[in-house]
Design a protein around this ligand. Structure first.
Ligand SMILES: Cc1cc2nc3c(=O)[nH]c(=O)nc-3n(C[C@H](O)[C@H](O)[C@H](O)COP(=O)(O)OP(=O)(O)OC[C@H]3O[C@@H](n4cnc5c(N)ncnc54)[C@H](O)[C@@H]3O)c2cc1C
Length: 290
């Protein structure tokens, strides 16, 4: 492990996860740095100037995507926390991730920004968490209290403990319909005002969704998912009349949206209901076309 002292603080560069855990235990005041696109911006703006940084970039075991080789059709995969968003895009794991990642910031930022940095703080406007909820991911982490793996639903609700480092995200094999949609102030890349990710796996007869920008963290649309999974005729794939509308309504019910300078709570709730309905209508149309 290298430790560099600069005029503005200490920079700790572990080369293994073990070293990183030891360093974060020893220096709880050090801010973890993944790709630094958020941390460095916050330093520049004077929002957070910690006495030390713990850089994860030298830890090879945290980088990269490994998959079972069937990724384009929804195979299982492990994504290291230090995997850049560009590398995740290149891995072509899911059509949902493809759309979501292309909407996230700019190519330059995606080249540096990491998966761990995107989800560690559970910021509601961040792009990946709704997709990971819809893909039924799990999150691995390690810290002074040991290692653990949790469902993304539990992670979204609980977050990381003190000194805990996000290690990886695991995606189970999940085929079928996978979509991400959002409303945003402009068409190009950037933070969404609200977003919905939905994955419908007809083989597993399972519906999973994630809602972004409309609560204190990304939220699972559990009641909507359970409703749709019970309403669909899985043999034919037919969606009963009114079910898409009800799905959108239940998604909106699951939200706890803020009003801020970008949109009102009412707008966000309405947008979630419309996006949810349209996604199910799109799936239904896809089914009808065969
Ligand atoms: C112009 C601009 C546009 C942006 N647009 C978007 C957008 O559309 N959508 C979006 O989601 N984000 C956006 N971002 C924010 C940011 O770039 C991304 O969220 C990015 O994924 C953060 O990753 P990072 O590796 O750079 O994080 P860092 O800046 O390194 O870290 C972010 C936070 O996560 C913590 N952290 C990092 N890695 C770990 C780990 N392994 N374990 C524990 N804690 C960790 C850090 O301590 C820090 O608190 C934008 C940023 C800018 C500057």
């Amino acid at each position: 492990m290298t430790v560099t002292s600069t005029d503005s603080g200490r920079i700790v560069r572990p080369t293994s996860l073990e070293e990183a855990i030891a360093a974060s235990t020893e220096r709880p005041d050090a801010r973890i740095l993944g790709g630094g696109t958020l941390v460095v911006a916050e330093r520049s703006l004077g929002i957070d100037i910690p006495p030390a940084y713990l850089l994860l970039s030298g830890i090879a075991e945290l980088r990269g995507v490994t998959s079972d080789g069937a990724t384009a059709t929804g195979g299982a995969a492990r994504i290291g926390a230090q995997t850049t968003l560009r590398a995740l895009l290149d891995a072509a794991l899911s059509p949902m991730l493809d759309v979501a990642l292309r909407s996230l910031a700019t190519p330059q930022i995606r080249h540096r920004a990491t998966v761990g940095g995107n989800i560690a703080e559970r910021r509601p406007a961040h792009t990946l968490a709704p997709c990971l909820l819809a893909l039924d991911a799990s999150v691995g982490s390690a810290g002074p209290e040991g290692s653990r793996r949790r469902s993304i639903r539990d992670f979204a609700a609980e977050g990381l403990g003190a000194g805990e480092i996000l290690v990886d995200v695991a995606l189970p094999a999940r085929g079928g319909f996978q979509r991400f949609v959002r409303v945003a102030p402009r068409n190009g890349p950037g933070y969404a005002i609200a977003s919905v990710a939905v994955s419908i796996d007809p083989t597993a007869r399972s519906v999973r969704s994630g809602i972004g920008g409309s609560g204190p963290t990304a939220l699972p649309g559990t009641a909507a998912d359970d409703f749709l999974a019970g309403a669909v005729d899985w043999e034919s794939g037919a969606v009963p009349a009114g079910a898409a509308e009800e799905y959108g309504r239940l998604l909106a019910d699951a939200c706890d949206p803020p009003t801020d300078d970008r949109a009102s709570a009412g707008y966000r709730r309405h947008a979630i209901a419309v996006m949810g309905r349209r996604l199910i209508e799109a799936w239904n149309e896809e089914q009808q076309r065969g």
